[in-house]
Design a protein around this ligand. Structure first.
Ligand code: ADP
Length: 377
């Protein structure tokens, strides 16, 4: 059977017309964020806010068209609408908890109660993005900042292990989940919602709606910052996230040997394309600090990240050494900023955490991109 690709999906959707005899939804640019994973397909149908509920039959038609493609196992289509920016987000008290879940409600562009939203991204996997996200979140919380940590890697969640959390979140009301909490950080991850050995087919179809739910149907309460650990790379899921989530800014984690690669540029370009400020690059596994003599060895060509950041016109936020203790504590669910608070590594994470918080405050004061103009309906 032919492999199902984004193109296959768009081809199928090319047969769906917005109105009888009118143009098809693909030519009209209404289809965004196509995600294909092992035969499970997700995408968004962009409509005018005023046509929200009336577009439900069109959404269903799109789903049916893709379901008919041989080899497609499941389809999730969501309606999204652009709307003009609104000022004055309602407080959590004003906004009923289930408001975000109800189609057609005047949902605000931000998430009630959440101050800044930070994306932690990387051009590829295995560069220490999740380890960095966890240590930054924990460092901020240790300073009294109210922090949430959202694991956006629906397919390979690592936050539960790194935050030493297990079990299922409590449900409140009709459809809200309580975040799980450890080290004073409120967390939500797909890892809490599916068993580790659940076949991917159960997870696959839901990328976007799962992210939306984890953002908006979790009772985060009042947070100063929500740190979002993005999946590695710059695929459709990440782009959708960058587009649909009111991100205050993004940081990109890279190792020195990967910094020059196209992946990092792509990551930065992805955010710039959707007007999310890139706060800068964090160089991970930057140098080796000998645990015995304290000597610093530059294993990989060190310093490249600073140069690359300058070339790309983004900031350089700091460097984290390659260190066995960082790995061991991260993998054991005891982030080094707490396990060894006096270590130079912990200090490095704290320094970056402070810089990032400052940048969030500045971005919020500027206020330009606080209001995203796309909401899920
Ligand atoms: P990603 O999220 O980019 O896929 P992870 O955070 O899961 O990467 O890290 C991949 C592996 O590298 C993990 O085993 C982690 O403990 C280890 N690791 C991350 N940062 C460091 C570091 N600075 N020094 C040593 N090991 C690290």
């Amino acid at each position: 059977m032919a492999e199902i690709t984004r193109e296959t999906i768009l081809q199928a959707l090319g047969g769906v017309r917005k109105t009888d005899g009118g143009q098809d939804v693909v030519s009209l640019g209404m289809i965004t964020g196509v995600v294909v994973r092992d035969g499970n397909v997700g995408f968004a149908v962009e409509v005018d806010a005023s046509e929200g509920e009336a577009s439900e039959p069109l959404r269903q038609e799109c789903e049916a068209a893709v379901e008919a493609v041989p080899g497609v196992l499941s389809v999730t289509a969501v309606l999204t609408a652009e709307r003009p920016a609104q000022r004055g987000a309602p407080s959590p008290e004003q906004a009923p908890p289930s408001a975000a879940a109800q189609p057609g409600l005047p949902e605000n562009q931000g998430i009630p109660g959440i101050g800044a939203i930070l994306a932690v991204a990387s051009g590829k996997g295995g560069v220490g993005k999740s380890t960095t996200a966890v240590n930054l979140a924990v460092a901020m919380a240790a300073d009294g900042v109210r922090v949430g940590l959202l694991d956006c890697d629906v397919f390979g969640p690592s936050i539960p292990r790194m935050m030493r959390l297990s079990g299922k979140p409590d449900t409140v009301g009709d459809s809200q989940l309580m975040p799980m909490e450890n080290y004073n950080v409120k967390c939500m991850s797909m890892g809490f919602l599916v068993e580790e050995d659940t076949p991917m087919i159960w997870r696959g179809p839901m990328v976007m709606s799962a992210l939306e739910q984890m953002l908006r149907q979790v009772r985060w309460g009042e947070l100063d910052i929500l740190v979002c650990d993005l999946p590695p790379g710059t695929g459709d899921a990440q782009l959708t996230m960058a587009q649909n989530v009111p991100l205050t800014g993004a940081v990109v984690v890279s190792t020195p040997q990967d910094i020059a690669l196209l992946d990092v540029r792509r990551g930065i370009a992805m955010f710039e394309k959707v007007d999310v400020p890139v706060f800068g690059i964090i160089e991970n596994m930057s140098y080796f600090l000998c645990p015995h003599c304290g000597e610093r060895s530059e294993i990989f060509a060190h310093g490249g990240a600073r140069e690359t950041a300058a070339k790309l016109g983004v900031g350089f936020l700091g460097e984290i050494p390659l260190d066995g203790d960082i790995r061991a504590t991260s993998d054991a669910g005891q982030p080094i900023v707490l396990a060894q608070p006096q270590s130079p590594h912990a200090a490095a994470y704290r320094g970056i955490a402070h810089r990032v918080l400052d940048l969030c405050r500045t971005a919020q004061d500027g206020g330009e991109r606080r209001a995203p103009n796309i909401v899920m309906m």
